[in-house]
Design a protein around this ligand. Sequence first.
Ligand SMILES: Cc1ncc(COP(=O)(O)O)c(C=O)c1O
Length: 411
Amino acid sequence: MMTTSDHTADKSQRFFSDNRSTEAVHGAERRLKPERSLVEPAFYTSTYTFDNMDDVCRYQEAHIHGHVKDRYEYGRYGNPTVAASEARLAVLEKAEGAIQVASGMAAITHTFLHFLSSGSHIVMTDDCYRRTRQFCEERLSRFDIACTVVPFGDYAALEAAIRPETRLLFSETPTNPYLRVLDVERFAEIGRRRRVLTAIDATFATPVNLRPLEWGIDLVIHSATKYLGGHNDLLAGFIAGRNELIAPLRDTIGFLGGISDPQTAYLLLRAMKTLSLRVEKHNRNGQQVAEFLAGHSAVEQVWYPGLPSHPGHDIAARQMSNGFGGVVSINVKGDRAATFRFIDALQLIYLSPSLGGVESLVLHPAAMVYPDYTPDQRLEAGIPDNLVRLALGIEDAEDLIVDLDQALGTV
Ligand SMILES: Cc1ncc(COP(=O)(O)O)c(C=O)c1O
């Protein structure tokens, strides 16, 4: 029988070094799986059986005294396939523990609802995923939780915003859509010195390119819908960190109920085996396409941290170990109509939200993320009509470049 305690980061670290490909394939796996299956099976069950009332009482006793559970009870409190997927992610992030939930937003909202309580305060940086910012600015006040949004990269403003009741500092890196790069070491240092927890949404980075916990961050969050899932076929989220933070959060999620199912965990386990391979290709495509676009006459500006011209390049080069990811944003040299023409002319790259999958996607932030803003509000938010986000997949860079070049010809 596999239990949560069979999958621990410690166990795999006995066997594997800092080799991310090996970790992605084997990290925290149990060697002997049911029926000698090579692959971890999906356990489709919503509940688990007990032999008799003695068995029930023994289990409840261990539960009450906070011992590590050696069996499952009910699907909302755990599933072996989900536990295997969580343990794999924990190895990749060098975390003591991880929790898989229903979506990236579930990871974010459940984390906020657990660590923040009435009368407390969160500081977050702007240039974050819009829904995250909206949740903080528009929903948390219902629970008497205050939120301050500070400009990304302004560490003095970040520190000045901290109050005695501040419980969480939250940011992303690289950010959406400008790929700004947070100095995670500096962010972590501010949190530690001011005794406030730090959490980073590292969806765009993936543990292949950045492991925030190694830089002193307390919690790392992922929309696993993106690179970790990698195939545009699932929604999931992860939160990873020290057990002292993860275990009580898992308890809260047992109430909130935003758990992930075994099918998603199975797909995630499969996808994570190729994470390193895929991210290497996303990194190469990102770099090659960004360099091509930087030299194109129909492009006004390219936003990619792998380019020395990007404001976050120096920090990214220092803290991102294998590359800068597959998302490249550009300002087209033209107005809204010209930008729409460019997007509509793309033949290989699909017009769709999301990122991190094997298929390349294009998104128009003004029309697709900020449709409710007036043109003036969009400009104030730094989202002009000529801004385009490219989420490059793992196709051949030459083909992506041919597609982009012909489409830019319409600008
Ligand atoms: C950086 C970032 N965080 C979180 C999310 C939310 O993830 P999900 O769609 O899996 O809920 C997204 C989604 O686009 C994202 O880009």
